[in-house]
Design a protein around this ligand. Structure first.
Ligand code: FAD
Length: 495
């Protein structure tokens, strides 16, 4: 560990806050993480009920090397702290007319599966889809995801020239939906690959075609699931941070960031002033400007006006029977995907045709449910909270998804629900301060969304940095880990 005794306060112990805290401790800084909840991890948390265990937030784990990297940087053997299963299936897809397909973390197997189920598809075009997703990922991830877009240095890198020369092929000027139609004839496959827009809370009918690269995370980099569930990610990183000397103050809601002459001075936490040289804010950027920073401060209006990403309704069900036809990740598609996203983006009235995601963690973590039973995480995408009548919506969605899942499984599941908890957008907001309960910060529906996200460093306050899903490079576990990395690197450079 390098010696540097600057004191750093991290506001929030989400995955980005943990990533930043670990890296800053390794720089030799004295780090204190303030977390308003009685637990660390933010959205990555879990609960148990009547013999069932549920992860509350993320369920899809991609890019595990980014978690491993944090242990390696600290000179530890990652598997001593954190282990994961590698699974041979990516996702099972179901349509209401009885059509089904399973995709894999293997391009060869996917080409075979797709051309077998949908005989009118050309194997060559299907393979090209996966190859192009990989190329887009490999070309753009180091620029758009792993570097700051607010540093001149990033734009001077030779890599940028490659990105610029590839712009016509990146799909920046077409929607994901239009682009997917160039690869697939079958509308069901277009729908299936449109789904990757939801991995950052966007609409495939608005987000640009470059989002095709997200599918590479799943099909090219493998399907993984942590031993102990997703919660093991935040728990093991909290343990590592503590071993590196990071202090955690729980039930510690930061009320204000203290400034003096455009320089950070500290925080107000539970009505007490605490002095720090540097503040890293892992809280939602809108929450930071509206609640934590002085009202008279200049605000990045365009950035703060960005539309939040979509949110979700989640039903955590202990199911008194196991259904082997479903695997770790399952999707039951809506009949009118376009209208579903139109309703989500325009915050229209309840849409009676939702796509349903069912995650069953006990397929790999067998102790997550009693023997012969299933632990189901059932999620539908909904708009972020704008004061809708969620009680009414929950009732309608619940009836609809029970009807649809029962129809796919050929059995009424209602009497099998032994235990239930529900999470709504307002609850996501109140638990994590994510404005409107947005899952992924701001949406990527705009072509320039990547450039409109807030920087990881304040341009007007010295000593103030940001990380987390609402700032660069965006939401989702891997990107949040990278945002903590970019913020910590920036702090080191500024010294
Ligand atoms: P958060 O997890 O939002 O944590 C921020 C922390 O800051 C919280 O603990 C909060 O309490 C604390 N905080 C905020 N303000 C203050 C304050 N004033 N004082 C003290 N503490 C404060 N991503 C994936 O990669 N795969 C998935 O499958 C996936 N599915 C998801 C499903 C759901 C239901 C949800 C909710 C999210 C999902 N995501 C998924 C998104 C992913 O969980 C998030 O992008 C990521 O975890 C966000 O991390 P973060 O560091 O930005 O902050």
């Amino acid at each position: 560990m390098k010696k540097n005794s600057a004191s750093v306060a991290v506001i929030g112990s989400g995955i980005a806050g943990l990533s930043a805290a670990i890296r800053l401790a390794l720089q030799g800084k004295q780090v204190v993480v303030f977390e308003q909840n009685p637990y660390t991890g933010g959205k990555i948390t879990a609960f148990e009920k009547q013999g069932y265990r549920f992860d509350m937030g993320p369920s899809l784990f991609t890019a595990p090397h980014l978690v491993d990297e944090l242990f390696e940087l600290a000179g530890k053997i990652p598997s001593n702290y954190f282990q994961y299963h590698t699974h041979d299936e990516a996702c099972r897809y179901f349509w209401l007319d009885g059509e089904r397909i399973t995709l894999f973390p293997s391009i060869d197997r996917n080409v075979e599966a797709i051309t077998t189920v949908f005989g009118n598809e050309s194997g060559k075009r299907v393979r090209k889809y996966f190859d192009d997703a990989r190329k887009k990922f490999e070309l753009t991830a180091p620029f758009f995801l792993e570097s700051s877009l607010h540093k001149m240095k990033t734009f001077l890198s030779p890599r940028v020239l490659k990105v610029i020369s590839a712009i016509p092929r990146l799909g920046l000027f077409t929607t994901l939906d239009d682009q997917n139609k160039r690869y697939f004839k079958e509308p069901k496959l277009v729908q299936l690959f449109n789904r990757y827009a939801t991995y950052n809370g966007s609409s495939p009918y608005q987000t640009p075609g470059i989002m095709q690269m997200i599918s590479y995370l799943e099909h090219g980099m493998g399907t993984h699931f942590p031993v102990g569930g997703m919660h093991a990610i935040s728990q093991s990183l909290t343990k590592l941070a503590q071993e590196l000397g990071v202090q955690f103050e729980l039930n510690a809601k930061v009320e204000r960031i203290l400034l003096e002459k455009k320089q950070v001075r500290g925080l107000v936490v539970n009505r007490a002033e605490r002095m720090f040289d540097i503040v890293v804010c892992n809280s939602d950027i809108k929450h930071a400007y509206h609640k934590l920073l002085p009202k008279n401060m200049r605000r990045p209006k365009k950035t703060l006006a960005q539309e939040p990403s979509s949110s979700a309704l989640i039903f955590y069900w202990g199911i008194g029977q196991t259904f082997p036809v479903m695997d770790l990740h399952n999707i039951i598609f809506s009949e009118d995907y376009k209208e579903e996203f139109h309703r989500i983006s325009s915050n229209g009235p309840f849409w009676e045709d939702p796509t349903i995601y069912v995650h069953i963690s006990n397929r790999l973590e067998v102790n997550d449910a009693p023997k012969g039973k299933d632990s189901w995480f059932v999620m539908v995408n909904v708009p972020y909270d704008q004061g809708q009548d969620w009680e009414d919506i929950v009732g309608k969605v619940r009836r609809k998804i029970i009807e649809r899942i029962s129809s796919v499984l050929g059995k009424d599941i209602a009497p099998l629900i032994e235990t239930e908890e529900i999470l709504t957008p307002p609850q996501i907001h109140s638990r994590t301060s994510s404005v409107g309960g947005a899952l992924y910060g701001t949406s990527s529906n705009e072509r320039m969304a990547a450039f409109l996200r807030h920087s990881n460093k304040s341009s007007s306050v010295k000593g103030l940095y940001f990380c987390g899903g609402s700032v660069h490079p965006g939401g989702g576990v891997p990107l949040c880990i990278l945002s903590g990395k970019i913020a910590a690197e920036w702090i080191e450079e500024d010294e």
